[in-house]
Ligand binder design. Structure first.
Ligand code: MTE
Ligand code: MO
Length: 438
């Protein structure tokens, strides 16, 4: 089955099974309360934007009916406020950004990938934070319950450009295939986040010497609908939480955090698997053991301690928790498959290296035989990705591939092909884009 078919079916199935939820996802609102008045205001504007035209007979349009324009659109489901994302799944929502749409130095909200494990909370769906508090408890002398105003007012806010990359970004490149979302290269974003320093909040809570790890809890519901189940609860070692770039964010690119990205508040633990950047945050449980919430154990966000043969069974005790993400780069211009007239081409992209910085990015147009060093910018702040650019000359017409290879500040380079692991994490193989010169 083609990808387009699968996604279309996803949308049609969603409308067939749960039209209210489908409307809410597509148009960003709950419709059951006002079925007769469905296409008004924000819902009408969102639908007009989604189908690409005004809708003269909008008053007649029934709620919960899949718009034909979307059913036939390649890619199917449209996420409100998102631009050009490829949707891998709609329950939970998972969507990645094509590489050429990640060209901006700072990723706009409309182009940041989305990765959910459960169901978005109502508070985010409505973008209304009334009643929200954050609790900090556990290994602290002074447990806190903060309102949004207190979080914003009690601590000096910081504003930082920070990379968030899903631990499974690149999973589609594994053979034998790994279960999970088949991310290609676009589960990475570098938005500008505003928030309190995680360290300041922990200090205000009087974090104890016995504190070893944090445990994050959010407001999203488990897919099963069971209110006693938590979809995901991960955390970080205290040292990572105390790092000055780990923040408890309340703004993304100068706006309240969009519903998909954790409204009203989330952690950002940059450079580590995105799953440590907990959305819709409501509680930080400070632990005196390594946090053992759902998706901390087993093979979730864990990799074998030693290299394994592709397809091997790995004993559970031989896994370790993923911490820093590895060095990686992405060519964001030209787009894969570009046709170039003439012999010269400007290329651009970004590179990042988890807790480290990127020392160099090289590119090759002859399948790795020779490499040219690109012009690599410094990060505006630590944990931002770094932008590279180069001008390439092609000796003749024909099919070329542009390959990019970043090197981190410890001399570690991206590999040609990734080392296999059971769940398909940490694929940092070189990015390649095809270019036809005529
Ligand atoms: N509450 C909550 N936080 C979450 C998740 C989730 O499912 N629920 N997914 C995590 C994962 S696996 C990733 S990669 C990032 C993705 O953040 P984004 O959707 O803002 O890009 O959010 C993380 N935080
Ligand atoms: Mo993730």
């Amino acid at each position: 089955m083609s990808d387009d078919k699968r996604k279309e079916r996803g949308l049609c199935e969603l409308y067939a099974e749960d039209p209210d939820r489908a409307d809410a996802l597509v148009f960003g609102r709950k419709t059951h309360a006002d079925r007769r008045g469905f296409l008004k205001g924000a819902g009408l504007a969102a639908m007009a934007a989604a189908v690409g035209a005004q809708i003269p007979f909008h008053r007649n349009y029934p709620a919960g009916l899949i718009p034909a324009a979307l059913a036939e659109a390649p890619g199917g489901l449209v996420l409100e406020g998102k631009d050009g994302l490829v949707i891998l799944g709609d329950r939970p929502i998972n969507a990645e950004t094509p590489a050429h749409l990640l060209d901006d130095d700072v990723t706009p909200n409309s182009r940041h990938f989305v990765r959910d494990n459960g169901v978005m909370p109502d508070m985010a769906q409505k973008m209304d934070a009334s009643g929200w508090t954050l609790t900090v408890d556990g290994e602290v002398d002074n447990p806190l319950t903060l309102t949004l105003d207190e979080l914003k007012g009690r601590f000096k806010p910081v504003r930082l450009k920070l990379q968030v990359e899903c631990g499974g970004n690149g999973r589609a490149g594994f053979n034998p295939p790994a279960h999970g979302n088949q991310w290609t290269v676009g589960a990475i974003g570098n938005a500008e986040w505003t928030g309190a320093r995680y360290a300041d909040v922990l200090k205000a809570a009087g974090v104890r010497k016995s504190a070893l790890y944090t445990g994050h809890y959010g407001m999203d519901a488990h897919l099963s609908g069971d209110p006693n189940k938590v979809p995901i609860s991960r955390g970080v070692p205290i040292a990572k939480a105390m790092e000055p770039h780990s923040i408890i964010a309340f703004e993304m690119n100068g706006e309240p955090i969009p519903k998909y990205h954790g409204f009203p508040v989330r952690t950002i633990c940059p450079g580590w698997p995105g799953s440590t950047s907990h959305k819709w945050l409501k509680r930080i449980w400070v632990r005196d053991v390594i946090h053992d919430g759902p998706k901390m154990e087993g093979d979730s966000y864990r990799v074998p301690r030693y290299p394994v043969k592709p397809g091997a069974e790995v004993p559970k005790d031989d896994f370790r928790i993923i911490e820093s993400m590895p060095v990686k780069s992405l060519i964001t211009s030209p787009e894969n498959g570009a046709q170039v007239g003439g012999r010269s081409l400007a290329i651009r992209g970004h590179a990042w290296a988890g807790d480290r910085s990127v020392a160099a990015v090289h590119v090759s147009t002859d399948f790795g035989a020779t490499w040219v060093r690109t012009d690599l910018k410094r990060a505006p702040n630590k944990y931002s990705w770094q932008t590279f650019a180069a001008r390439l000359e092609f000796p003749s017409e024909g099919y070329y591939e542009v390959w990019a290879r970043a090197t981190d500040d410890q001399g570690v380079m991206q590999p040609f092909a990734v080392a296999w692991n059971p769940k398909g994490y940490l694929n940092n193989a070189m990015h390649r884009v095809a270019v036809t010169v005529s």
